[in-house]
Design a protein around this ligand. Structure first.
Ligand code: ZN
Length: 431
């Protein structure tokens, strides 16, 4: 067994055949190692030391590396990055640079490991590393202080202040965010629109009573039964290939998919919570049924009010539509909810590259187009983010759309909740 990780790295890096079958075999060897964290680490370390460019196989391997070993990879990546800067070597563009891929993945999966390196990354970076601000997540107050001082300093340029405001919002520290919002607005550093956009990306919204969180801190991944989609639409082909697809169940046997009311434009059932999962701010209801007119997902936002039993009823008339999306109801099944490990709390739609499970309840949304926080049509307040569905669910007619439920051109579908009014709302985003 010893040495297989290193050998795999050498084989990956010497393969320039462009032969897809050969490439798939290399992938299989990587997945065979997923139970051997040491060998995966050896693969990644060898790869990082030899290669400048990153490939998806390297990025995939990073998902299997333990936190302790990730810390070592970060140190190596920073050393490589620093050497290139010191030697004035041309750096590959951001998305191609293996050392930066390590830092970028860490910014999502283990932001705390980057906290002591923020100053160094800031100095090495020449502005191409757009995910840098994500490394500020949960930055402790004593580490926030110097960045805050720099923001206030008269010696800091306007461009630097703009950056610092963005980084500090990334901390998710509500006092800091409220401070930055007021300060940046008062001093003409950023517009309210821009600041709200940035806050929206990390789960905060300007509500009637000021800046508040619009997301639940609790987060669950939807775990589908292994045999759910034997025809394997696009997303499900990747099921085995990322840890987020097979997390241990916290709640079992939830009804998912099917129809609430049949017809031309079926009222599709999404999910029923017979018990409200812990940590979601859904009060006064014993159960909640989520459903929507999936064929209208391309048209506009749509809202439903829920009765005492948690059942939804459409608010307003059917949407004006030029055409109905081809979506059929989601193939019914029973599934589990899995409490999400801290590592997978932040998932970015683009970075996940169709490999990660983005079917999530609670937590922060993985926006495609940037934040679009729905406003409750009854009370006019910004709603809370409740859940998201990715494209690729099997539907009830395999003949159309390859049997997949599509959101636009293959996007995501986001559900919101107003607990005051017991209203759910839906919006779709795609590229
Ligand atoms: Zn409301």
């Amino acid at each position: 067994m010893a040495g297989v990780g290193k050998k795999l790295a050498a084989d990956v890096l010497s393969d320039d055949s462009g032969d897809i079958t050969k490439h798939e075999k290399l992938y299989e060897r990587l997945y065979d190692l997923s139970d051997s964290p040491y060998e995966i680490f050896e693969f990644a370390l060898e790869y990082l030391n030899i290669a400048v460019k990153t490939y998806t196989i390297f990025e995939d391997a990073l998902s299997y590396i333990t936190k302790e070993r990730f810390e070592k990879l970060i140190a190596v990546a920073l050393k490589i990055w620093r050497a290139r800067v010191e030697n004035n070597e041309p750096r590959p563009k951001y998305s191609d640079f293996a050392a930066q891929a390590v830092i970028e993945r860490a910014a999502f999966q283990f932001p705390e490991l980057l906290h002591e390196h923020l100053r160094e990354i800031y100095e090495l970076d020449d502005g191409h590393f757009y995910q840098f601000w994500r490394a500020f997540a949960y930055l402790p107050k004593e580490k926030i202080a110097p960045f805050k001082e720099a923001l206030l300093s008269g010696e800091t340029t306007l461009d630097e202040k703009k950056e610092l405001a963005r980084y500090l919002i990334g901390s998710r520290d509500i006092e800091t965010i409220r401070f930055v919002y007021d300060y940046a607005l008062k001093n003409g550093i950023e517009s309210a629109g821009f600041l709200e956009w940035k806050m929206g990306e990390v789960g905060f919204a300007k509500k009637k009573a000021g800046v508040k969180r619009y997301c639940y801190d609790e987060l669950y991944h939807i775990t589908f039964p292994k045999n759910y989609s034997p025809e394997a639409p696009r997303v499900f082909l990747q099921q085995a290939h990322h840890p987020t697809w097979s997390l241990p169940a916290t709640y079992e046997s939830l009804k998912f998919g099917g129809v609430l009311e049949d017809g031309e434009n079926p009222f599709c059932h999404i999910i029923t919570f017979d018990k409200i999962p812990e940590g979601l701010n859904i009060t006064g209801l014993k159960r909640l049924v989520l459903g929507s007119h999936l064929r209208e997902c391309d048209c506009d936002t749509h809202f439903y009010q829920h009765d005492q039993e948690g059942n939804p009823r459409r608010i307003g008339d059917e949407l004006e539509k030029e055409y109905l999306n081809y979506n059929y109801p989601i193939q019914p099944t029973e599934l589990s909810l899995s409490l999400t490990p801290e590592r997978w709390r932040f998932q970015d739609w683009a970075v996940s590259n169709s490999r990660e499970n983005l079917f999530r309840i609670g937590g922060e949304p993985s926006w495609i187009q940037g934040p679009n926080i729905l406003i409750c049509p009854i009370c006019g307040e910004k709603m809370d983010f409740l859940m998201q569905l990715d494209t690729g669910l099997p539907d009830l007619d395999p003949r159309i759309n390859d049997g997949e439920v599509y959101f636009g051109s293959g996007g995501m579908y986001y559900a919101f909740w107003c607990d005051e009014c017991k209203v759910s709302g839906y919006v779709m985003q795609c590229t």
